[in-house]
Ligand binder design. Sequence first.
Ligand code: ZN
Ligand code: ZN
Length: 313
Amino acid sequence: MLNRRQFIGVVGMAAAWPAAGQRGSAIDEWGSPIFDLHFHMRGQVAANTAHLDGAGISAANLLTRAANSDQVRTLQTAVPGRFTWFCSADPSTPEGVRALTDGVKSGARGFGEMKYHLATDGPEFRRVYGLAAELRTPILIHFQEVDHFDKEGTWSPGFAASFERMLKAYPQTTFIGHADAFWANVSADYHNEAAYPSGPIVRGGVTDKLLADYPNLYGDLSANSGNNMLSRDPAFTAEFLRRHQDKLLFGSDCACADGRGSGVSQGNNPGAARLAGKCVARETLAVLKRSTSTGIFRKITWDNAHSLLKIPV
Ligand SMILES: [Zn+2]
Ligand SMILES: [Zn+2]
C-alpha cells in the first residue's frame, strides 16, 4: 500500500476527468451513463480512471479501508465528480468501530466492503448493523461459505439460515448483499455445494424471497457471483430483473487493468475461471443489456445507486 506522500506523488501524473468527448463516448457505448457500485480503490489515480474509461463507466463507488480517507480525498480532488466511497474496518475491535464512524464523518457514504470471518448474526456484525442505522449509511456485506482457496474460511457465514432475522431485527439498517452465498441462494436448491452453481434456477430461493419481502435489502450484482447468477437461466434473469428493478445495483468488483480484461480480473480464483481474461464490468453490463429493457437497465446501472447513496444527479 502506498503511503500518503507516494500517493500524492502519483496523483501529479494522473489523467484528469475525461474531456467531454470521452465522457460522451462512454455513455454511447452502453446507451446511458454507468455507475459501478463495487470498485476497490487502486493505488494510482490513473489506474482507477483507466478501468472506468476502458469499460465505458462514468462514475464509481470506491471500496477501501476507513484509514485511507486521505487517499480518497486526493483522488476525488484529482478527478472531481467521479468517485464516492464506502469505508471498511474490522468490527471486532473498538478501534475498527471507531474507524467506521470516522470514515462516515470524513465523507464515506456507507460501510463496505465488509468481508470478515465473523458470523452474519454475531455480536460484532450486530454492533455495526446498529451503527449503520444510527449514521444512516448502507452496509455492503460479502457472504461466502465455500472456499476459493485452501483453508480460506467463510465470510459472514450463516446467510441462508440467519440473515432474515437480522433484516427483521434492524429495520432501519439498509443492507446491500453481495458475493457467492448471496447470489447462489437465488436458487431454491442451493445448500453450499459449490461457490458458483450452474444450471437453471429453481424458483423460490432465499435471496429472491428476501429481496421481495424486505425493503431494507438491496443486491450488488458484482463479481463472478453476480455474473454467474445472471447467466444461468435467461428466462429467470429477465423476470428477476423486472421484479427487483428498484433493489439491484450494478457493480464490477473487477481487478482487470484496463476495463477490457487485461491483467487478472478475479484474483486468480480457480472457480471463477469463466471470467479469466475478461473484464467483469463489461461482461455483466452485456448480460444486463441483453436481459432487460432500456429503462430497467438504467435503474440498475445508475438511478438506484444514486438514490441509495444520496448522490445528487
Ligand atoms: Zn466481495
Ligand atoms: Zn475490468
